[in-house]
Write a protein of this length. Sequence first.
Length: 192
Amino acid sequence: MGIGDQAKNLTKQPTMKRTALRSISVSTRPGRKSQGWLFAGPLTLAVALGRSGIKADKREGDGGTPRGRFRPVRLWWRADRLPRPRTLLPVRRIGLDDAWCEDPHDRRYNQAFRRSANEPGDRLRRADGLYDMIIEIDHNTRPRVAGRGSAVFIHVARPGFGPTAGCVALRPRDLKILLGRMNSKTRILIQS
């Protein structure tokens, strides 16, 4: 039984009430540092993590998912692909020019910006669907420290839960379930 089959069985639990979650936690799956579990109330959901697993000393480009306590900031979503997901979080549509600055030398580091055609940055509008729904979290924001990691999101997983660059990724159905229960006060604990 693979990780997807296990998660399917685990999500066939009683329906959760529509109150916001106070906290969710993410931890590594034993023996697989780039896969893990997300615990949200009575649900246990399979997740993909960074290729380097969960790291306490997150650095730009290290492939690690940062360990720590975070809060969700907003949902970014592709209105041209999906109806607006039900959520208690603030919502922003992903536009054609929306990007995220990953350059530690740029004053916009670890922030969203409007990207011109020849500017570097992680485009939020992707062809592969991984960013069709993105939960922005407050990793490395207060204060922003150059080189301590940028663009750490909760987003859609690759098929087979392939590793991320440092984000937490879920299958689309599970991400929608989670979105329906999160608000700005929900705390996200990522631990090894």
